[in-house]
Write a protein that binds this ligand. Sequence first.
Ligand code: ZN
Length: 307
Amino acid sequence: MRHFNFKKIIFLIPFFMIFSFCFLIACQHSDTNSSQFSQKPQINNNSIVIESNSVVIDKTINETINENTSKIENKTLSNNTKNEIEQTKLINQEELPQSQKLVMIDPGHQSIINTDVEPIGPASNELKLKMSSGTQGIVTGIPEYQLNLEVSLKLEKELLKRGYQVEMTRRENEVNISNIERAEMANQMEADAFIRIHANGSNDSSVQGMMTICQTENNPFNANIASDCELLSNFILDAMVELTDAVKQYVWKTDIMSGINWSNVPVTIVEIGYMSNSAEDLRLAESEYQEKIVKGIANGIDDFFGF
Ligand SMILES: [Zn+2]
């Protein structure tokens, strides 16, 4: 039978303790390392998140600042533009004699045909359509009322630029305003000139050119302003032809136009060209040519008032 040797066991205890101690130290050391490795990326990740957040914040702040700056700039710009317009108006009102004159522009016809009738002049038994359809482009197919409005809006712009006060009988095609009503608008506003914009049509497609229309000296309704109307018609026709090189027809004096007969203020019908002539129809549709026409009309109005 073997006996336990207690002396040997006691002798081995310190070795066992040293071994255990070393094992524990080794384990602890490896834990520390692993924890360091696992923490480092976490710290890095956090800093990356913080950095990217700060970038986002920075970006947002920058964008907000930029947006606000551009808003402020835009506001300043639009204020400046407004101021410039106001200043131009003030200069025009103070310095340009045109600002004392009111021009009423009537773009002829409308998209709505009104076949009702009205007296051709005050207290007349003779009746005429409230609003005829007008002509249309032989090549372009553009209705006259559309061309008349385009040219009239350009004329309004040109006259405003020169300092005139301007009123329009219509700004849209889909309206229903009779010839008498248009003349009454000019009368009520006490316009200094009533410019009625029209385009012509003929059965003879070779006919082209410009004309203006006013009443005769014997007009039963408003002969008192006939000479003024003739002057206005002549000045506009001459100035228009000079700028456009169009064929000059003549000032047609007639008493069959209700819009003229009902007018108490200097009035003319401006026939800017023949839509029944293919070459002229195409020219009339060009924006550049329209600009020449309105500058010509404006020059004629300037001449009429002696500016
Ligand atoms: Zn017409």
